[in-house]
Design a binder for this molecule. Structure first.
Ligand SMILES: NC(=O)c1ccc[n+]([C@@H]2O[C@H](COP(=O)([O-])OP(=O)(O)OC[C@H]3O[C@@H](n4cnc5c(N)ncnc54)[C@H](O)[C@@H]3O)[C@@H](O)[C@H]2O)c1
Ligand SMILES: O=c1ccn([C@@H]2O[C@H](COP(=O)(O)OP(=O)(O)O[C@H]3O[C@H](CO)[C@@H](O)[C@H](O)[C@H]3O)[C@@H](O)[C@H]2O)c(=O)[nH]1
Length: 461
């Protein structure tokens, strides 16, 4: 009987996942720990470290009752009957597998800490996205460095999307739990099934062997990203031929075998997961000598890079082949709406491309702080920070960002952009006033009538 659940890692996944589990399992105590003190402080305050619609209400209901946040990793490991590992698994930036493989050093450290501090038997749950067969390494570390207790390792990948995390957790399409198929493994799976079954119907909880579960997560993201790259590839052809990508997406999406979701053409997918997980899949395929399979999936990322640079190039070529000294307004910096997360956002790469062509960029995003934008640019290491700061600025007012601009680029699909006073924006811009809709959210006809020169992804002239 599980009485205490610990989660190591209080990020975009650990925080919301444990908050919802705690709300639905009032009889279990949840302890979420992180090495980042300021993140933990934020989880305990009214200003949560991540912006997610509905999250604050959930946290508020459980926090202090059966949901606790702290930096006491050792104490939390000792008390947890079940320990989730929900730490970051970024793309490796060094050594073997650099630029492709997942960097598992944080996961390995968690396993070592669990082995060191655990005084009794534990169920260890992989919540982080991991390459298939990672459980084997975790088991090895636990058994080689532990001092007595027995460990069961489960895989329970998370499928929530940012911006809809609470909804996705509350009404999950499915929950996936993988574990060893022997008696102890099946018993551990059943313990986790019970936790989810507090609100997820049993038929939506899928149980598999551990390797299938690990691989299903990478596969799900690869399939989702593949759909976006596929429709983005078609968007280029639409622009060349006069077809309309939204009409094409609707026409194919009504085929029940294809389905309508994830066919929204865009300036390119971003976020912390898709690119990282596909590159990880590519690396795994190469590792197992499956070079053709690796090339197949790699193309999803190549197409996404092409879509981002195609958008940037379109801005430059439309503005008479140079943006040097011109002001370009960016509406949105986050990688999608309803999140403050900017990891791998298309904005970063398009901004970089325009800055290389000496543009001045003024950004408005309702949730992203200026400091984060500079950190994103710094990671690219393209130019000195002072230059980024001179040419790239953020304002907290969309109208200010667009004032005196030569062009506007809609980079994130925030709802509020649809209801801006576009006549006012047009009146205050340089003419011709160019508008590049990278998210297909604006009314092209209305804007053209105002006087804008509108370019929309996937729509020919
Ligand atoms: N972000 C998403 O939408 C999403 C969705 C599904 C799965 N995932 C996967 O979940 C995992 C976590 O992603 P995230 O977005 O929450 O990452 P994140 O960077 O927001 O959070 C990870 C946290 O782990 C902490 N941490 C790292 N090592 C630690 C240690 N040894 N002890 C204590 N804390 C430690 C970090 O300080 C950080 O706060 C990744 O593997 C990711 O691929 C993410
Ligand atoms: O039709 C679409 C759908 C999405 N996007 C873009 O794709 C990116 C990713 O969007 P989304 O998948 O909604 O958000 P994530 O939070 O990255 O969630 C993905 O990655 C998570 C981490 O692994 C998984 O848990 C989720 O199931 C998976 O959807 C964003 O830039 C979106 O703008 C499009 O361009 N067109």
């Amino acid at each position: 009987m599980i009485k205490n659940i610990t989660c190591i890692g209080a990020g975009y996944v650990g925080g919301p996942t444990m908050a919802v589990m705690a709300l639905k399992n009032p009889h279990i105590k949840f302890h979420v720990v992180d090495i980042n003190q300021s993140r933990i402080d934020a989880w305990m305050s009214d200003e949560l470290p991540i912006y997610e619609p509905g999250l604050f209400e959930v946290v508020q209901q459980a926090r202090g009752k059966n949901l606790f946040f702290s930096t006491d990793v050792e104490g939390a490991i000792k008390e947890g009957d079940m320990i989730f590992i929900s730490v970051n698994t970024p793309t490796k930036k060094y050594g073997i597998g650099k630029g492709r493989a997942a960097d598992l050093k944080y996961v390995e450290l968690c396993a070592r800490q669990i082995a060191e501090y655990a005084d009794d038997d534990k169920i260890v749950v992989e919540k982080s996205t991991l390459p298939v067969r990672t459980a084997q390494s975790i088991k090895k570390i636990l058994s080689a460095t532990g001092h007595g207790p027995k460990f069961q390792v489960l895989s329970n990948p998370e499928f929530l999307a940012e911006g809809t995390a609470v909804e996705d957790l509350m009404q999950a399409d499915r929950v996936l739990i993988g574990g060893d198929q022997d008696e102890a493994g099946l018993a551990a799976i059943e313990e986790l099934v019970k936790v989810y079954n507090a609100w997820i119907p049993r038929e939506r909880i899928i149980t598999t062997n551990i390797w299938s579960s690990e691989l299903s997560k990478l596969t799900a993201n690869a399939f989702l990203a593949q759909r976006i790259s596929s429709i983005n590839a078609i968007s280029a052809l639409c622009e060349a031929t006069g077809a309309d990508v939204e009409e094409v997406a609707h026409a194919i999406g009504t085929d029940s075998r294809i389905g309508p979701k994830f066919l929204k053409s865009s300036v390119g997918f971003g976020g912390s997961c898709f690119q990282k997980d596909i590159l990880n899949l590519v690396y795994l395929c190469e590792f197992f000598g499956l070079h053709e399979v690796a090339r197949y999936w790699e193309q999803v990322v190549t197409m996404n890079d092409y879509q981002k640079s195609r958008f940037g190039s379109k801005i430059i070529s439309t503005l008479f082949n140079t943006v040097s000294g011109k002001k370009i307004a960016f509406l949105g910096w986050a990688f999608k709406k309803d999140t403050n997360d900017t990891r791998e956002s298309a904005s970063i790469y398009v901004a970089d491309q325009l800055l290389n062509d000496e543009a001045s960029i003024s950004v408005y995003d309702p949730q992203v702080p200026e400091q984060q934008m500079y950190l994103d640019m710094e990671e690219l290491e393209t130019r000195p920070m002072e230059v980024n700061k001179q040419r790239l600025t953020m304002t907290d007012d969309a109208y200010e960002a667009c004032k005196d601009a030569h062009a506007i680029a809609v980079m994130t699909e925030w709802d509020e952009f649809k209801t801006l006073d576009w006549q006012r924006i047009y009146d205050n811009m340089k003419k011709p006033a160019f508008l590049f809709d990278g998210r297909l959210i604006l009314d092209r006809k209305k804007l053209s009538d105002i006087g804008f020169e509108v370019y929309t992804i996937g729509k020919g002239k």
